[in-house]
Design a protein around this ligand. Structure first.
Ligand code: ADP
Ligand code: MG
Length: 989
């Protein structure tokens, strides 16, 4: 470690930091009431870069990484006057003191004679009464405080022997604590300030005698060398006892020891303490605390700078020295009377003192050369005068005029010393040892961390390399896949381009072909149109001719019909006449003859005649129908023609024909009514006759009926018919309908039968409805308790329900509900058959589907299957088929959606159960209904779940009717649901 080695080798000189005295320190000195104040004879201060500084640097002063200059600190000088001692009091009693002190002015007057005196200014003037405490505080205390802050300090006493130097500096004050001198008081203050844990305090006590340094704490060391650091100029005394002090007591002991050793030594050398210089050296080592952290630069051995960040701030340590010097007496040799050894001694003593005086003179005069090295004393005091220490000098003088010369020289020494300017500097060093320890600990930690990180990086790198390899492999794979894909794409692209080209070519060929075809087509169309026109024209001609032929033929036929009708009319008149006669005869016979006289055979004749009439009527009807058909054909033929004029003529003729036909129909109708009436009356009559016959038989007679001759009977029948026809004509439909409300049940029964018969004929239906017959029939159905009436009325309604207009009327008049209720109540199979028939007819009306269901028609229809009568079931089946057909038609035309209402009303189980009914009238309808239901996908699921699919399959295979069979097949094939189900069941269809 370069840093560490640098520290260990060159730490001290390289790290020395000399800092200027802090401003606060200066302030405290200046403001202190006891501080030395500037004098009027202020010495010339040494400006930064002045000769004193230059000189100091030139003599190898401390080297530092920072600015070398300190703060100017002049040597402070105080003068102390000793009180007269006993001798002086006695000897000089008559003489005034040679000095006069003006302490408030800090001045001293030295009398030359009675009339002449000199005045000197000092930093402090201490009178003979000045206490030891005050002397300490004004002279030494500022220096002691400065030392505690980290500056070197010197307190020195200079003066003639016996003037009180030792008294001022070294008194222990054992007897009187007020006598304690500067050494004791300084140590007290130092010990009070330092911290025993962090700071160290060591003391050496030396004596300089005859240019020899002796350790007063180990007097055997009597030739201690003074060593100067060639770089810093610091002076050290290797081998000197350094006593570490903890308390004041041990210091006092040390001083006593030192004093005892000094006395013993002086005795041995036959000298006095006043002839030697005593030096108390106090070393204060303090750790700097709470320093502001900042970066700084230190220099290594090679002069390279090393930047130290505040993060690694180097701890600092302050090593200051307090030097307290008790000089030997400053009296002249000649005056001391020394001889021989004493002379040498005096020389030696004076060498040091003379040398000190010279140095101070040189410094005071800013002389370029200061002879510091001339004596050991000046070498030891080089930092105290002209150095970096804060120095305070106390000069001691006696009052005696006898020593006025010595006093004067002492005063002049002090005056010169006041001119010496020191540059006080903080004695602060980096504490590299503790920094080194701390850095080593940090380094060890960093090394350990580094090792761990290196391992982690190594592991990470291995992992990374592995992943890189994997990634590389994947990339290569992906690249090869991409290349393959690109190849495929390029091939595909080429193929598609080729195809595109081919397609374009084909397209062009196709286009040319199409254009050719279009041309041909246009030509063909033109040809075709021409041909068609011709053909139509020819066909038109042909049709017109055909129409003319047909019309002629038709006219001929009409003439024939009219002829026949005329015959018919004649015959009718004849019949009417006969009927009339028969009626008269009947009346007569009623009045005259007993009922027993009428024979059954006569009745039979009457019936035969009636049947004949019926046949004639039917023949006329058939002819009429034929005529209708012809007319229809003719009408159809006419609409196809374009000849409007001809059509108009034909229409006119047709209208006439129609009018004539209507007349004929009316006639036929009235004939029919008459015939019916005849039939009714004949039936009535037969019943009456029957009753009479049986009564007569029971009476014992059995031959009276044969009284009637055949000619009479014939006349009677003819007369009866005529009567009935007449009655019928006279009574009319209105009357017959009113009979439906008769009180008499029998009348109601007959009336309803007549109406039913009339309703069976399509031609009568409209009239019946117009005359309110439908309402009457419905009322009858609702109110009558007679089963016959209900049955016949239901039959009549069923017949009326064949017509679409009537169906709507039935519904409008609440007929559906009525029929439903009847269906629920009735037990008679014939009644149920009629009701079922009526509902079945309604089921066939597209418009009534919803209403029919809403009013319970479907439910009632399905309810009637309880009857189990084949006729009823056939009607039910027909109704279902009609309804399903309508639904199917509605769905096909798009106005009906959703599930079949039949299925909703639960018809499916019955349909499935009867789909294969042995009665064909039932089976056929059910089969048809099932096909219609299955045709719609919306019903398919129900068909499957209801089991109807199997029936459908059966119908598709077995149904006897070709149309139903193929319908079933189509239905099965068309439904995805059926197909899926068949696949699921593995049924091959
Ligand atoms: P020096 O050390 O200068 O030779 P000393 O300190 O030994 O002088 O003093 C000589 C004598 O004078 C001593 O007996 C001392 O007690 C006395 N003395 C000196 N200064 C004073 C003083 N300020 N007040 C009283 N006695 C003094
Ligand atoms: Mg002394």
């Amino acid at each position: 470690m370069a840093f560490a080695s640098h520290n260990s080798k060159n730490g001290l000189h390289a790290s020395r930091l000399d800092r200027p005295l802090s401003v606060n320190s200066m302030k405290s000195l200046a403001s202190s009431p006891t501080a030395l104040t500037p004098t009027s004879t202020r010495p010339k201060s040494a400006a930064p870069g002045s000769s004193s500084v230059q000189r100091r640097n030139g003599t190898g002063a401390q080297k530092s990484g920072k600015d070398d200059s300190g703060v100017s600190g002049r040597v402070r000088v105080a003068v102390r006057l000793r009180p007269r001692n006993a001798e002086e009091l006695a000897a000089d009693a008559d003489f005034a003191d040679c000095v006069e002190l003006l302490p408030e002015l800090k001045r001293l007057k030295l009398r030359k004679n009675n009339w002449d005196c000199e005045t000197y200014q000092f930093d402090e003037v201490l009178t003979e009464t000045a206490s030891q405490k005050r002397v300490y505080e004004v002279v030494a205390k500022p220096v002691v405080e400065s030392v505690l802050e980290g500056y070197n300090g010197t307190v020195m006493a200079y003066g003639q022997t016996g003037t009180g130097k030792t008294f001022t500096l070294g008194r222990l004050g054992e007897e009187d604590c007020a006598d304690r001198g500067i050494m004791v008081r300084a140590m007290e203050d130092i010990l009070a300030d330092i911290s025993p844990e962090h700071d160290t305090l060591t003391v050496s006590y030396l004596q300089l005698y005859m240019e020899t340094v002796q350790d007063l704490l180990a007097p055997e060391r009597d030739n201690i060398a003074i060593v100067e650091d060639p770089k810093t100029g610091d002076v050290s005394l290797p081998g000197t006892t350094l006593v570490e002090l903890k308390d004041q007591k041990s210091f006092l002991e040390l001083l006593q020891t030192g004093e005892a050793n000094r006395f013993a030594s002086n005795t041995k050398l036959n000298t006095e303490s006043s002839r030697s210089h005593a030096l108390l050296l106090v070393n204060v080592k303090r750790s700097a605390k709470n320093k502001q952290e900042k970066d700084f630069v230190i220099h290594n051995e090679n002069g390279n700078s090393v930047h130290v960040s505040k993060g690694h701030r180097v701890p600092t340590i302050r090593k200051s020295k307090l030097l307290i010097v008790d000089l030997a007496g400053s009296e002249r040799v000649d005056k001391s009377g020394s001889e021989g050894h004493q002379l040498e001694e005096a020389k030696a003593i004076n060498l040091s003192l003379t040398s000190l005086g010279k140095c101070i003179n040189a410094l005071a005069e800013n002389s370029p050369h200061v002879p510091t090295r001339d004596s050991k004393l000046t070498r030891l005091l080089r930092d105290s005068f002209g150095g970096t220490a804060r120095t305070s000098l106390i000069i001691t003088i006696g009052p005696s005029p006898r020593h006025r010369g010595e006093t004067s020289s002492t005063i002049l020494f002090g005056q010169r010393a006041m001119k010496v300017e020191n540059m006080v500097k903080l004695k602060e060093e980096f504490d590299y040892k503790s920094l080194c320890r701390r850095l080593e600990a940090e380094l060890d930690k960093l090394i350990a961390d580094n090792e761990r990180q290196a391992q982690a990086i190594f592991d990470g790198e291995e992992d990374m390399e592995r992943k890189l390899e994997e990634a590389g492999t994947r990339v290569a794979e992906a690249e090869s896949k991409v290349a393959a894909a690109l190849e495929v794409i390029s091939k595909e692209k080429q193929r598609q381009q080729k195809e595109l080209v081919e397609m374009m070519q084909n397209l062009q060929i196709e286009r040319a072909h199409r254009e050719r075809l279009e041309l041909e087509l246009r030509e063909n169309v033109q040809d075709l149109q021409d041909k068609k026109k011709k053909q139509i024209y020819a066909e038109n001609e042909k049709h017109q001719k055909e129409i003319r032929d047909i019309l002629e033929q038709h006219q001929q036929e009409i003439k024939d019909v009219q002829t026949r009708l005329a015959n018919e009319c004649g015959q009718r008149e004849r019949l009417e006449k006969e009927l009339h006669e028969a009626n008269i005869c009947l009346q007569q016979s009623k009045e005259i003859l007993e009922p027993e006289n009428i024979h059954k055979e006569e009745l039979s004749d009457l019936k035969q005649m009636l049947e004949k009439e019926c046949e004639l009527r039917q023949q006329a009807e058939r002819e009429l129908d034929a005529f209708k058909r012809e007319e229809k054909k003719l009408t159809n033929g006419i609409t196809e023609k374009n000849d409007i004029g001809e059509i108009w003529v034909l229409k006119k003729r047709l209208e006439q024909e129609l009018l004539e036909r209507e007349k004929l129909e009316d006639e036929i109708k009235s004939l029919k009514q008459q015939l019916l009436q005849v039939h009714v009356d004949a039936e009535e009559r037969s019943r009456t006759i029957g009753k009479g016959s049986s009564a007569r038989s029971s009476g014992g007679s059995n031959s009276t009926i044969s009284l009637h001759t055949p000619s009479n009977m014939k006349d009677t029948i003819n007369g009866q018919r005529a009567t009935i026809a007449k009655l019928f004509e006279q009574v009319g439909l209105q009357k017959i309908l009113s009979l439906l409300e008769s009180e008499d049940v029998d009348v109601r029964v007959h009336a309803v039968k007549v109406v039913a018969n009339l309703a069976a004929e399509e031609v009568n239906q409209e009239k019946i409805v117009e005359a309110g017959g439908l309402g009457s029939l419905l009322t009858l159905l609702q109110s009558s308790e007679d089963e016959t009436i209900r049955r016949v009325a239901a039959g009549a309604i069923a017949n009326l329900a064949m017509n679409e207009t009537n169906q709507e009327l039935i519904m409008a008049q609440g007929g559906i509900g009525l029929l439903a209720r009847t269906a629920d109540d009735a037990e008679d199979p014939q009644t149920l058959r009629m009701v079922a028939g009526a509902i079945a007819n309604l089921c066939g009306n597209d418009k009534l589907q919803i209403k029919l269901r809403e009013e319970g028609g479907i439910r009632a229809l399905l309810g009637m299957v309880r009857s189990r009568h084949a006729d009823v079931l056939a009607q039910v089946a027909r109704g279902i088929a009609n309804f399903a057909k309508c639904e199917s038609r509605g769905a096909a035309q798009g106005y009906r959606t959703g599930r079949s209402l039949l299925i909703e009303d639960g018809a499916l189980p019955w349909i499935v159960a009867n789909a294969n009914n042995e009665a064909s009238s039932i089976r056929r309808h059910i089969e048809l209904a099932l096909c219609h239901l299955a045709q719609h996908e919306v019903n398919a699921k129900d068909v499957v779940s209801g089991g109807a699919l199997w029936e459908l399959i059966r119908i598709s295979r077995e149904c006897s009717r070709e149309d139903i069979r193929s319908l079933a097949q189509r239905t099965l094939n068309a439904s995805p649901t059926f197909q899926a189900e068949l696949r699921r069941l593995h049924v091959t269809y």
